[in-house]
Design a protein around this ligand. Structure first.
Ligand SMILES: Cc1cc2nc3c(=O)[nH]c(=O)nc-3n(C[C@H](O)[C@H](O)[C@H](O)COP(=O)(O)OP(=O)(O)OC[C@H]3O[C@@H](n4cnc5c(N)ncnc54)[C@H](O)[C@@H]3O)c2cc1C
Length: 388
């Protein structure tokens, strides 16, 4: 593995760092306190080319590759996990429409989404189907030139503000995962509505809601990919977003570590800085070591993706390792700040609340361990056959 950065990668990372410090950081506290969405920041990210950076040049991107994108995410998450989360969500839509969309769908959505003028959501989860996503119940039934959708989606990021959603439905129950199909549902389509905003523990400012499909009429041309390709599209999307969430987690870990290290070097008790007590110093040592280890896991997975090689197992490893660490690192940062850590005066309590969801969405930490362990079983079954 060679993580030497090219000049162009360094330039993009610097551009994103400037965006994070000059545009996002001054707003981070206000977004947290008001819990209000921030379309102007997303449009600014669009203007700077940050949203569409992974797209090829012919469709307005800069072909940055995934490694550059995850490095950029870490910089944004360090100042605002909420903004990083939304940027990741926009990139997911761009990737799926670019990979699976028709020419008409690409013409309609790539320019508006990559400029931040329109926003999308990705609707898989239902009240009865979370980790077991293939068990969804939302149906799509063909009627003339349209499909009629019925069902409810839960916890949809950007649900209340999105102009469209990519929704996973069952089109042929008898075919199992091969009977799932994705559609692009636009917000003014008859029978489609969003529920009220859900209030969440962390990442305030990112609107979440249920979405309802009540005899929702969707034209045939809004099918994304082919009939029966829905599971493949969902997995393609999730493989990518796992890397985004690992990077977001890493940014949170780094923010917590830097705040805690600086506090520990300056806060004195018993006549010396608290970082000189082993109980505190070892927490910081472990944080920095694990941040570096997580970054290596993440960069390896991103580089495999950029090389067109399989990366599912490696992205699951990076996702659960970085997100579990982010939870522990942010909790330890609160501990190092003592009573001040529990106070809203300092950002470490926000980092801790923002970190929790990273262990849950885009596959829980348990589900990612399951993906890794299944992959190990498959590999070693094959190895045993060779030994025999
Ligand atoms: C803030 C937020 C934003 C979200 N955004 C979106 C979005 O944009 N689009 C979308 O489709 N969904 C979204 N989700 C949903 C999210 O992906 C699910 O919450 C997640 O996949 C877990 O599903 P669940 O909540 O139904 O939990 P469950 O699947 O019911 O799991 C409950 C617990 O059981 C464990 N568990 C389940 N199965 C196993 C198993 N086989 N082995 C071991 N443990 C297991 C889980 O790890 C978890 O700890 C979001 C959720 C939240 C909270």
């Amino acid at each position: 593995m060679d993580f030497q950065l090219t000049d162009s990668m360094k330039e993009i990372r610097q551009l994103v760092k400037t965006f994070a410090t000059e545009v996002v950081a001054p707003r981070a506290k206000e977004i947290e306190e008001k819990d209000e969405f921030f379309p102007d920041i997303i449009q600014k990210a669009g203007e700077l080319g940050i949203l569409g950076m992974e797209l090829p040049e012919e469709v307005g991107g800069i072909n940055s590759g995934t490694l550059t994108a995850v490095m950029s995410n870490e910089e944004i998450a360090k100042v605002s996990a909420a903004v990083c989360n939304v940027i990741g969500a926009v990139r997911l839509h761009l990737a799926l429409i670019h990979q699976f969309g028709t020419e008409e769908q690409k013409d309609k959505w790539l320019p508006t989404l990559s400029s931040g003028r329109k926003i999308g959501s990705f609707s898989i989860t239902e009240p009865g189907a979370g980790s077991d996503a293939a068990n969804i119940k939302t149906t799509a039934v063909k009627k003339g030139d349209n499909w009629i959708l019925n069902g409810t989606k839960s916890f949809i990021t950007l649900g209340p503000v999105a102009d469209m959603t990519i929704v996973l439905t069952v089109t042929d129950k008898s075919k199992g995962v091969h009977g799932l199909t994705c559609f692009i549902v636009e917000k003014d389509m008859p029978g489609f509505s969003a529920g009220p905003k859900d209030y969440m523990m962390g990442q305030h400012g990112v609107p979440i809601s249920q979405l309802f499909f009540d005899n929702c009429v969707v034209p045939e041309e809004n099918m994304l990919g082919e009939e029966g390709q829905g599971f493949k599209i969902m997995m393609a999307g999730l493989d990518g977003t796992r890397l985004d969430i690992a990077a977001l987690s890493l940014g949170l870990s780094r923010a917590a570590f830097e705040a805690a290290a600086s506090y520990a070097a300056n806060r004195e008790q018993f006549g010396k800085p608290i970082g000189h007590f082993q109980g505190v110093g070892f927490m910081l040592a472990e944080m920095e070591t694990e941040i570096d280890a997580g970054r290596l896991l993440l960069y390896r997975a991103a580089q495999l993706r950029d090389s067109g090689l399989p990366f599912t197992k490696q992205s699951s490893m990076a996702k659960y390792f970085c997100s579990d660490n982010a939870m522990r690192h942010t909790t330890n940062a609160v501990q190092i700040f003592g009573g001040y850590g529990y106070s809203k005066e300092y950002s470490v309590e926000r980092f801790m609340r923002d970190a929790k969801i990273c262990q849950i969405y885009d596959g829980t930490s348990q589900i990612h361990r399951m993906i890794v362990s299944r992959s190990i079983m498959k590999e070693y079954k094959e190895k045993a056959m060779i030994m025999n």
